[in-house]
Design a protein around this ligand. Structure first.
Ligand code: ATP
Ligand code: MG
Length: 342
């Protein structure tokens, strides 16, 4: 396969409710190659989860309508695939860790059984998952699947993992259930993993352990990852690339080192200025003024213009296209030159 693992082009998504039609994704472009970990960042409500859910085709249509654009997974247009093929991709090739973990474990089955099922399913398309010799019998494969489940639980930091396999989900705390879901996603050995705020609820040391595990998985198995997070520190530590979203647009994207060291878009700069540092005192954070706009009647042109300190009348005339800053670093802003002098 020579093309990218994932390619999203000019994706437009509208959500219709009683209040009207909200233009929640407004021309998303994103390319993910194997071996890359993309951080998807931006304020609450900017469309991060809907982008992730769209890739798994889990946004119900209606109320959603994809007005324009495409999502290609290894060249195949996901939005046009027959449902059966999509379900097959979703189970085996595209893994997802959801933002809300409470809904994703079956309360009626032991945690170990659920992990073993995923391992056996993954082994049916990639026999190396279980590490069994070819022609291994059912019992041997199940034993290997249980061993793998225990190992993975241990690697996500569940104490006494082997014994915990026999527990039911309700016997785990919320943070532990989240870790079970992360283990489950990694056991499934997807080619593309979409992880929506996977470690937000976890304490810092567990978070670090899981992000390290994620990086190791990418390195060992050459998968692609989209990591949705509010935390730019996590992006700097974990990701190879980052896409900054604002009100349904990717306003800046590129290799993490370029974007974090020399942020170009005023919104990215504002986000970075809002990160608390050791030096900043509580209450003196240079926060962003204003709020994310209403997407039913979004502001014309650049959606960030109403909050942007550098906005000029031309900013509201048309949605700015992405400016190529070299080395795959892009920013959608017509005021980049003005910014250089700020
Ligand atoms: N089912 C829905 N019907 C109508 N609007 C929706 C629906 N789901 C999401 N939206 C709207 O789409 C926008 C993007 O939502 P999304 O969940 O993708 O944001 P997000 O960036 O993931 O935010 P957060 O950081 O809070 O998770 C929001 O304005 C939200 O209100
Ligand atoms: Mg979200």
């Amino acid at each position: 396969m020579t093309g990218p693992l994932l390619s999203i082009r000019d994706l437009h998504l509208t959500m219709t409710s009683f209040d009207g039609a909200a233009h929640v994704l407004n021309g998303i472009d994103l390319t993910v190659q194997r071996g890359e970990i993309w951080g998807l960042v931006g304020e609450s409500g900017c469309g991060k989860s809907l982008t992730g859910l769209s890739i798994s085709r889990l946004v119900p249509t209606p109320p959603a309508t994809y007005r324009k654009g495409e999502i290609r997974f290894e060249g195949r247009d996901i939005l046009k695939l027959p449902l059966r093929e999509m379900q097959d991709l979703r189970g085996k090739r595209i893994g997802m860790i959801f933002q809300d973990p409470t809904t994703n474990l079956n309360p009626a089955y032991r945690v170990g059984e659920q992990l073993i099922d995923v391992a056996l399913a993954a082994a049916s398309h990639d026999p190396s998952v279980l590490g069994c010799p070819p022609g291994a019998g059912r019992r041997e494969r199940r034993r290997a699947a249980r061993r793998l489940a225990g190992e993975m639980l241990e690697r996500v930091g569940i104490p006494d993992a082997g014994a915990r396999l026999d527990n039911y989900p309700h016997e785990f705390s919320g943070g532990m259930r989240q870790r079970v879901l992360i283990a489950m996603a990694l056991i499934g050995r997807p080619d593309l993993l979409i992880a929506d705020e996977p470690t937000t609820a976890l304490d810092v040391s567990v978070q670090a352990q899981i992000l390290k595990l994620l990086k190791g998985t990418v390195a060992d198995h050459d998968i692609g990852v989209i990591l949705i997070t509010h935390n730019l520190g996590v992006v700097a530590e974990t990701c190879s690339h980052v896409a900054v979203m604002y009100a349904g647009n990717i306003v800046e994207s590129g290799p993490v080192s370029n974007v974090i060291e020399s942020p170009a878009h005023p919104y990215t700069r504002a986000l970075m200025a809002a990160i608390p540092t050791k030096a900043s005192k509580r209450g003196t954070l240079k926060g962003l003024g204003g709020t994310v706009p209403n997407l039913i009647t979004p502001p014309p042109g650049c959606r960030f213009a109403p909050r942007c300190p550098l906005a000029i009348p031309a900013c509201t005339a048309a949605l700015p296209g992405a400016v190529d800053l070299g080395a795959d670093h892009r920013a959608a802003c017509i005021r980049l030159e003005a910014l250089e002098h700020v």
